[in-house]
Design a protein around this ligand. Structure first.
Ligand SMILES: Nc1nc2c(ncn2[C@@H]2O[C@H](COP(=O)(O)OP(=O)(O)OP(=O)(O)O)[C@@H](O)[C@H]2O)c(=O)[nH]1
Ligand SMILES: [Mg+2]
Length: 444
C-alpha cells in the first residue's frame, strides 16, 4: 500500500499546519486572482494554518489532470520540501481526480477552496443546527474526496446521530475522517438522508418561529464576512454578540429587540457572512439559518468600505442573496468602517454606484443616529389621523393602539370601542394585518 492510500486525505484539517497557497490566473493578468489569493490566505489563517508560501500561476488554460500542469506540480513538490509544508491549498475547486493526482506527486495533503471554507465552518459551528448543516455540506462535497472517513461515520451514525462537527480537540478531530476502514458508501448515503430529515424538521420549526415574529418589523444584517455586521448589531442593541477580526466569526443567527425610540421597536438579526464562491452545498444547508434574511422586512447590507475590493464583495453578496431568493427585498446598503477607509475617492465611487447607501462606522457610532431615525420612520410610517373601531374585548389590539398611537378620543358603543388616533401609516397597516377584525373608518 503506498503512502497516499494510508495517510493523505484522511481529514481536511489544516490547523497549525504549514500551508502553501496556489492561485491560478488565466490569460490576462487580473487583480481578482491576486486579491482572491490574499483572501485565501485570510481563510487559511482563519482555519489555523500558517502560510509558508504563496504561488500565483499564469496559465493559458487549465490542465485536466494536474490543474496547473505536471511541470508546475513537480516544482510545487520541491517547494513543499524546502518550506516543510504539510498542506497545499488551491484557490479553486478541484475535481477528486485532480486532487489525487496532485497529491500523488506532492506527497502531501491537497485541499481546495470549498473544502477549506467547509473546514472553517465545521470548526466554528456551535449550535446543534449549525453542526448538522455543516456536516451535511461536508458529506456532500468532501465525502467523495476523502479516504478513511467511514469508520468515523459509522461511529457517529451508531451514536444516534450526534454530529462529529465541532467536537472538542481541534479541527483535526471533527468532521469526517478519523480512522480508516473499508469504504462503505451506504453509510454515507444513510447519514445524508438522516441529516436531511433532521434539517428539514429544524427548517419547519424555524419557519414557524420566523412567522411568529411577523407582527414585528424584522431587519436582517447581511454582508461579506468581516464587514462588521456583529459589531453593528452590538452598537445598535445590547445583544453582546461575538465579533472578531477574522473570517466567519458568526455562524449562528441571533435575533434581538432593537429600540428605535418613541416606543418603536424592530427585531434585528445577525447572521452568517458570505464570501465569493461560497460552496453551493453550504448555502443549501444554511437555508434555515438564513431564514431570517429570507423573511426580513428590511435587509441591512453591510459593506466594508475600507476594503480595497469593497465593490466585488458587494456584488458577491448580492449574488448569494439572489440565490436565496432575496433579490427583490428592500435593502439598505451601509458603507461601514468609514473611520478607517483611507481611500476617500474609492468611497465616493462606491457611494456613486450605490447612491442610496449610508456611510457609517459601527465602531465609532458615526452615522448611527441617522440610521436609527431612518428605520424608525420606515417602521412607523408618516403620522396620520385615523378613526379605528375595535371590539371592546380585543385587549391585544387595544394595547397595540395604546402603545404605538397617540389616542385623541375614545368612544364606547355597545361592545365596540372607537378611537381617534394619530398613528404612523406603516403601523396602521400592521394593525390591520395583525388584527383583521379592526376597522379603520377614516384616515387623513
Ligand atoms: N475600524 C472599524 N472596525 C470595525 C468597524 N466595524 C467592525 N469593525 C471590525 O471589523 C472586524 C469584523 O467585525 P465583525 O463585526 O466581527 O464582522 P462580521 O461582519 O460580523 O463578520 P463575520 O461574523 O465573520 O461574518 C472586527 O475586528 C471589528 O472590530 C468599524 O466601523 N470601524
Ligand atoms: Mg459576525
Amino acid at each position: 500500500m503506498n503512502r497516499l492510500e494510508t495517510d493523505q486525505r484522511t481529514d481536511i484539517s489544516v490547523k497549525r499546519e504549514n500551508a502553501i497557497l496556489i492561485g491560478v490566473e488565466l490569460r490576462h493578468p487580473s487583480p481578482n486572482a491576486a486579491e482572491s489569493l490574499q483572501e485565501l490566505r485570510a481563510l487559511s489563517e482563519s482555519a489555523g494554518a500558517i502560510t509558508v508560501g504563496m504561488m500565483l500561476q499564469r496559465r493559458e488554460q487549465l490542465d485536466a489532470k494536474y490543474y496547473i500542469g505536471r511541470g508546475k506540480v513537480e516544482q510545487l513538490a520541491q517547494r513543499i520540501k524546502q518550506e516543510d509544508a504539510d498542506v497545499v491549498i488551491f484557490d479553486d475547486d478541484l475535481s477528486p481526480a485532480q486532487l489525487r493526482e496532485i497529491e500523488a506527486v506532492c506527497e502531501c495533503k491537497v485541499l481546495d477552496r470549498s473544502e477549506l471554507i467547509l473546514d472553517i465552518f465545521a470548526s466554528r459551528a456551535r449550535t446543534h443546527e449549525a453542526k448538522l448543516q455543516v456536516e451535511l455540506a461536508q458529506l456532500e462535497y468532501t465525502a467523495p474526496r476523502l479516504r478513511g472517513m467511514w469508520t468515523h461515520l459509522e461511529r457517529i451514525a451508531g451514536a444516534g446521530g450526534a454530529t462529529g462537527a465541532g467536537v472538542v480537540g481541534g479541527i483535526g478531530t471533527r468532521g469526517p475522517g478519523e480512522r480508516q476502514i473499508e469504504i462503505d458508501r451506504r453509510i454515507v448515503s444513510r447519514r445524508v438522508a438522516m441529516l436531511k430529515r433532521q434539517i428539514a424538521s429544524i427548517d419547519r420549526r424555524k419557519i414557524r418561529q420566523v412567522r411568529s415574529r411577523q407582527e414585528h418589523f424584522n431587519v436582517s444584517l447581511v454582508g461579506y464576512t468581516n464587514a462588521g455586521k456583529s459589531t453593528l448589531m452590538n452598537a445598535l442593541t445590547d445583544a453582546g454578540v461575538g465579533t472578531e477580526d477574522r473570517l466567519f466569526a458568526t455562524l449562528d443567527t441571533k435575533t434581538t429587540r432593537w429600540n428605535l425610540g418613541g416606543g418603536v421597536y424592530a427585531l434585528l438579526s445577525d447572521t452568517v457572512g458570505f464570501i465569493r464562491r461560497l460552496p453551493h452545498h453550504l448555502v443549501a444547508s444554511f437555508r434555515a439559518t438564513l431564514e431570517e434574511a429570507i423573511h426580513a422586512d428590511l435587509l441591512f447590507h453591510v459593506v466594508d468600505a475600507s476594503a480595497p475590493n469593497a465593490w466585488e464583495q458587494y456584488q458577491a453578496v448580492t449574488k448569494v442573496l439572489e440565490d436565496l431568493g432575496c433579490a427583490g427585498h428592500s435593502t439598505l446598503v451601509l458603507l461601514n468602517k468609514i473611520d478607517i477607509a483611507e481611500d476617500q475617492a474609492a468611497v465616493q465611487i462606491l457611494n456613486h454606484k450605490l447612491p442610496e447607501a449610508m456611510c457609517i462606522s459601527a465602531r465609532t457610532g458615526n452615522g448611527l443616529p441617522e440610521l436609527v431615525e431612518k428605520v424608525r420612520l420606515l417602521v412607523s410610517g408618516t403620522p396620520q389621523r385615523a378613526t379605528v373601531q375595535l371590539s371592546n374585548g380585543d385587549g391585544r389590539a387595544i394595547a397595540f393602539i395604546e402603545k404605538y398611537a397617540e389616542v385623541l378620543a375614545r368612544r364606547y358603543v355597545d361592545s365596540i370601542v372607537e378611537m381617534d388616533v394619530v398613528i404612523g401609516s406603516a403601523l396602521l397597516a400592521r394593525l390591520q394585518e395583525k388584527f383583521p377584525s379592526s376597522k379603520v373608518l377614516n384616515c387623513t
